[in-house]
Design a protein around this ligand. Structure first.
Ligand code: 1CP
Length: 344
């Protein structure tokens, strides 16, 4: 049976249509803070859990069961497609992605295979399971944008300044172009697999794109994100484009080919709405407000919802991911508050 997603508040908002209530989901809602997640992950390495269709399905469903969010986010990681094609990498607890042999040369880039569906049968299977289990709740597929994925491949792990990444971007344009095209192809193929199996929206995470100036973003980053978003556009599902510290880039991130622009908490939502133009917006409650008294958290949420009314479409979210020490009960209260907030 095919579930009826036509009444989904999340999809309506993403398309700029009138909504029954402001839809809400949380970046990093799957994993990290939930006790039921820690339980199923016991003794299982992060990447192993990302390659097991049953675990992916269970972890993706957990926050939807607990909070009743308006969308599910597929449990995986932005570096999973690289692992799937054979790049030697690990996701280290408390650190993040670590690459054994960082990319330095054109030969290093050429050695990375393109992604085909045969590399990720567990993704196809998990999405199919999820679509059947989720019923009327849409599933968001995702991928990492070329700049953010390139930063791990070049730095070898998480970074603060992206010095090696930018050294390559400025100093070796041919290697940069080859690497960014390679990642764009892999990320687009990863999205195609997820939507092909039934995901009904996608989010492109360019978490670290905010490290670039406007001019460098336009010339050396955006064209490759556009390649991904353009291919995703042919899939006919809404596209969300998000990065942290990207207040100066929001207009361009929309123009890159997004239907919805993600706004972090540092940028006032009204400014994000102005930059997004006729596109929708997603965000943007400060993720640390869950540690404030509940009344204050909800009062700030109300401000976000009220401001969001003037957008072409507004999806409520935090301005970045759920912080691991977040009390799930606070997110439960927040979800109920947003969904029951009167819009009339
Ligand atoms: O709930 C969800 O959001 C679904 C699963 C998900 C997603 C969408 C994970 C699981 N990772 C991501 C995307 C991702 N991964 C991004 C973009 C989103 C964002 O900005 O948060 C980035 C930058 C990564 C890279 C990554 N993976 C980091 C950040 C490291 C850094 O540079 O600061 C980390 C810590 C990981 C590991 C990871 N990914 C996901 C989980 C649950 C974990 C922690 C796993 C563990 O340690 O056991």
């Amino acid at each position: 049976m095919v579930a009826d997603l036509s009444q989904s508040a999340f999809l309506k908002a993403a398309r700029g249509e009138a909504v029954p209530h402001t839809p809400v989901w949380f970046m990093r809602q799957a994993g990290r803070s939930l006790p039921e997640y820690l339980k199923v992950r016991e003794g299982v390495a992060m990447l192993d859990s990302c390659m097991n269709a049953d675990l992916i399905t269970e972890i993706t469903l957990q926050p939807v069961r607990r909070y009743g969010t308006d969308a599910a986010i597929f449990f995986s990681d932005i570096v999973l497609p690289l692992k799937a094609v054979g790049v030697d990498l690990d996701i280290k607890p408390g650190v993040g992605p670590v690459i054994a042999n960082p990319v330095r040369t054109l030969a290093d880039v050429a050695a990375i295979p393109d992604l085909t569906p045969e590399h990720v049968p567990f993704i196809t299977q998990a999405v199919k399971n999820l679509v059947a289990e989720l019923g009327a709740t849409p599933l968001i597929g995702f991928a990492g944008a070329p700049f953010t994925v390139a930063s791990y491949l070049i730095e070898g792990g998480p970074s603060k300044e992206y010095a090696k990444t930018k050294a390559l971007m400025f100093g070796a344009p041919d290697i940069w172009d080859a690497l960014m095209r390679k990642i764009a192809g892999i990320s687009a193929a990863f999205l195609e697999v997820q939507v092909g199996a039934g995901a009904s929206a996608i989010q492109l995470f360019d978490s670290w794109a905010g490290a670039s100036t406007v001019a460098d973003y336009r010339e050396r980053v955006m064209p490759y994100s556009s390649m991904v978003l353009e291919r995703a556009g042919r899939l006919g599902v809404p596209r969300i484009h998000f990065g942290v510290n990207t207040g100066h880039l929001l207009g361009l991130m929309g123009e890159a080919g997004a239907d919805v622009v993600g706004v972090d908490w540092r940028t006032p939502l009204a400014d994000g709405i102005a930059a997004a133009g006729d596109r929708g917006v997603q965000g943007n409650l400060d993720p640390t407000l869950v540690f404030a008294p509940t009344e204050l958290m909800l009062a700030r949420a109300a401000e976000v919802i009220e401001t969001g009314r003037s957008a072409t479409g507004h999806i409520f979210n935090l301005g970045h991911g759920v912080i691991p020490t977040t009390d799930p009960d606070q997110l439960k209260r927040l979800t109920e508050y947003v969904q029951s907030y009167p819009l009339a």
